[in-house]
Structures are given as C-alpha cells and as structure tokens.
Design a protein around this ligand. Structure first.
Ligand code: HEM
Length: 220
C-alpha cells in the first residue's frame, strides 16, 4: 500500500503541475501543449500502464486492509467501538478512498475517455496539432454540479492524503524520530496544497478567472 501510495502521490504532483497551467493567462496554449507532450511521449505512455496498475493494486489492498482491520476490531472489543488513538481519517480511509474512486470514474469519463477514444476538437500551434483539452475543461466546468463534484473530490483527496502520506513513511520505516517533524510537515503541506491547486482549476474555469502572468509556462 505504501509503495503504490507514494507512486500515486508522485503522479499527483506531475498531474497538478501540468494542469496548473490553466490557472494562468495563455493557459489554453500552455496547457494543451503540455498535455500533448504527456500523451505522445512514449515513456509516459508506458508509465500510464503502471499508473493504472498502481491505482488498481492500491484500491484492492486498501479494501483488503479495511476488512482485516474490521475483523481484528470485532474480535478484540466486546463493545463495537474504535480505538481511542486512531484518528477520524485513519478509520475512514476506506470511505474516503471510495469517494475518490467515484470521483475518478467520473473524471476519467470526462477527460481520459474522449482524449483516448475520440470526441475532442483539435487545435494547431505552429506545427503541432493536438486535442483541445482546455476547451473540454471549459465545457465540463461550465456546470455547477461538476464544479461541486470536483471540489468535493479534492477535499476527500486532501483528507485521504493527510493520513496516507505519513502512514506510508511509517510503514516503510522511513520515519526516523529525528526527521519525523519534517516528514509530517511535508506530508501536511502536500496534502493541503496539491488538492487545493486541483480544486482551484474547476473554480477558476467556472468563473473565467486567470492569474495575470501570461508568458510563463509551467512545463515547456
Ligand atoms: C480537479 C482538477 C483536475 C483536473 C482539471 C484534471 C484534468 C485531467 C485531464 C484534462 C486529464 C486528461 C489528460 C489526457 O488524457 O491527456 C486527466 C487525466 C487523469 N486524471 Fe485528472 N484532473 C484533476 C484532478 C485529478 C485528481 C485529483 C486525480 C487523482 C486522484 C486525477 C487522476 C487522473 C488520472 C488517473 C488521469 C488519467 C491519466 C492519464 O491520462 O494517463 N485527476 N485529468
């Protein structure tokens, strides 16, 4: 769980970095170019297989772990209660994980399916012809309910990460007492900042906002 979790955390970092282009002026071209690179680069396409495998393994292991925890709890306690030391999100990883899974199904149907199987308009920048995923985002995030679903999805992700990040380090034995504070700080920072950046995307697109920094591109 820890390895697949950290792999998915790494994916989120790259995905957030590429997509954050949409928050800025010139976001349409910068984001479409970056997304085009990601979807045409052979190495990244191979990693995509690993990514889907990582998600599936992580989900299966998560449900298996939850079943084991439930069985252990019902054996130990006469009254079906929960450990005082475990926090709310530690106990609710499966519920939050399920919410994220639902979010992912909607999300892949919105973007990944039309991107891979057709249904997107094309746009040309110089000699590069690519899918206009930016226009697709505008279309998806013109609906209030979609914005709400995505923001709730990002909120669930933040809570899931708050526990999962430091738990992965603990499982792998990388939580030496001298660095525990630093690791916890990085974990909390990542768990709040990355989902927040994701959540800003549907909100910015719905309201037509863009940060007035036009000539930077976050990737290319
Ligand atoms: C909330 C803001 C988000 C936006 C606007 C967004 C946008 C996109 C877009 C446009 C694609 C299609 C890329 C392509 O096919 O070339 C995509 C793919 C994907 N997204 Fe997101 N995403 C968001 C959040 C997330 C989150 C929070 C997760 C994970 C929990 C996630 C997981 C994925 C996965 C697994 C893919 C398929 C990866 C691939 O193309 O190989 N996304 N996203």
């Amino acid at each position: 769980m820890a390895f697949t979790g950290l792999f998915l955390i790494f994916f989120l970092l790259i995905h957030g970095y590429v997509n954050a282009n949409v928050l800025f002026e010139n976001g349409e071209e910068n984001f479409n170019r970056a997304a085009n690179f990601m979807s045409t680069n052979a190495l990244i396409r191979i990693m995509e297989i690993g990514l889907f495998a990582g998600f599936i393994i992580h989900i299966i292991q998560g449900y298996a772990l939850e079943r084991m925890n439930r069985a252990a709890r019902s054996n130990k306690y006469a009254v079906s209660g929960v450990s005082k030391t475990s926090t709310w999100y530690s106990r609710s990883m499966a519920i939050l994980g399920t919410l994220i899974l639902l979010f992912l199904v909607i999300h892949l149907a919105d973007f990944w399916v039309p991107s891979r199987f057709g249904g997107l308009e094309e746009v040309t920048y110089g000699s590069v012809e690519t899918h206009n995923l930016y226009a697709k985002m505008k279309e998806v995030f013109s609906k209030e309910w979609a914005v709400i679903v995505y923001v709730v999805g990002c909120f669930s992700l933040a809570w899931h990460l708050l526990h999962g990040f430091q738990s992965a380090f603990q499982t792998l034995g990388w939580k030496h007492k001298n660095y525990a504070g630093i690791i916890e700080g990085i974990g909390v920072g990542f768990s709040v900042i990355v989902p927040l950046i994701f959540a800003l995307m549907p909100i910015f697109m719905y309201f037509g906002w863009e940060l007035p920094i036009g000539n930077i591109t976050l990737l290319f």
